[in-house]
Ligand binder design. Structure first.
Ligand SMILES: Cc1cn([C@H]2C[C@H](O)[C@@H](COP(=O)(O)OP(=O)(O)O[C@H]3O[C@H](C)C(=O)[C@H](O)[C@H]3O)O2)c(=O)[nH]c1=O
Length: 319
């Protein structure tokens, strides 16, 4: 079994590589990564010299290079984590997001068609469903919730999802899609809420909270997400979408206060700043489909996951 993991030097990608190499030591993993600002080859140091691992610096938009790699390796599966993922950056530079997230996906799909594949899995996001109001805690995103994007980032991810489903319908390509909620854990680039707040707090720098701080996200520990993708690869139905959520809604301000408390830092570091344009209010996933069909549930309690995450950053940052 050879698996291509794109975006494997980013955040969720390397966590998935470690998860799979530990669980399936007989698999060959080929990591494809462009090494953008958010990628870091040293993350993969512990696996780089393993005989069943190969790293290839490659842009998934580079059709010739991608085809060449498919020719050499003939992968059985492709799991596509490669994406520009930061909403704020997508507002400033949408074109990079359209390029990597849509064109890159289309190149991978074409390569899968050309060389044949057992499974193409697209790692997507709950942001394709838009947002939910704060005063309707009874509402959740299901797989039937209409696509209704807010940002260039989520629009590019929705476009990619539609393309993936079109390759299933048109060509019968064996695809699956997972739409996850906000991930947290080790190796996340510190532009995202949790690592940014941990690192700023460690340096006693201001903690910039957008708007009123009451926007809600549904936090999922990255290892639980990796487990869900593994299950979808093995037992998921071709052509299906699975929502993967932490069932763990929290307001941003509560997370920032918790981080201050865990690190023994004063809440006076918290600074309210101008809100993100088009800022989604609340994300909340109904994970009942993946639970019912594949038996998956998030296992990591937020109180444990956030402690592990803080500990990881503390041990990797020199203050
Ligand atoms: C960086 C930052 C963020 N925020 C707020 C904005 C959001 O309400 C929340 C989380 O923001 P973040 O940018 O970490 O993540 P989202 O915009 O929710 O999107 C994330 O989760 C989904 C599922 C993806 O698919 C995205 O790729 C991923 O970036 O904290 C602040 O208040 N201050 C800050 O400095």
């Amino acid at each position: 079994m050879t698996i291509f993991v794109t975006g494997g030097a980013g955040f969720i990608g390397p966590n998935f590589i470690f998860y799979m190499m530990k669980k399936y030591p007989e698999y060959r993993i080929v990591c494809l990564d462009k090494l953008t600002y958010a990628g870091n080859l040293s993350t993969l140091a512990s696996v780089l010299t393993k005989p069943n691992f190969r790293f290839v610096k490659i842009d998934i938009c580079d059709r010739d290079a991608v085809y060449q790699l498919f020719e050499e390796e003939r992968p059985d599966m492709v799991v596509n984590f490669a994406a520009e993922s930061h909403v704020d950056r997508s507002i400033e530079h949408p074109e990079i997001f359209l390029q990597t997230n849509i064109i890159g996906t289309s190149v991978l799909l074409d390569a899968c068609l050309r060389y044949g594949i057992q499974r193409y899995h697209q790692v997507s996001t709950d942001e394709v469903y838009g947002d939910l109001p704060l005063d309707r805690p009874d509402l959740f995103f299901t797989e039937e919730t209409p696509i209704r994007t807010s940002s260039p980032y989520s629009s590019s991810k929705a476009g990619a999802d539609l393309l993936v489903l079109a390759y299933y319908r048109t060509h019968g390509l064996p695809v699956t899609i997972s739409r996850c909620s906000n991930n947290y854990g080790p190796y996340q680039y510190p532009e995202k809420l949790i690592p940014r707040m941990i690192i700023n707090a460690l340096y006693d720098k201001p903690l910039p909270v957008y708007g009123d701080g009451f926007n809600v996200r549904d936090w999922l520990y990255v290892e639980d997400h990796c487990h869900a993708i593994d299950l979808i690869l093995r037992e998921g139905c071709i052509g299906e979408v699975y929502n993967v959520g932490g069932h763990n809604e929290m307001a941003n301000i509560d997370i920032v206060k918790l981080i201050c408390k865990e690190l023994g830092k004063p809440e006076s570091l918290i600074t309210y700043v101008t809100d993100r344009k088009g800022h989604d209010r609340r994300y909340a996933i109904d994970p009942s489909k993946i639970h019912r069909e594949l038996g998956w549930l998030p296992e990591t309690k937020f109180t444990d996951g956030i402690k592990k995450t803080i500990q990881w950053y503390v041990s990797h940052i020199k203050v």
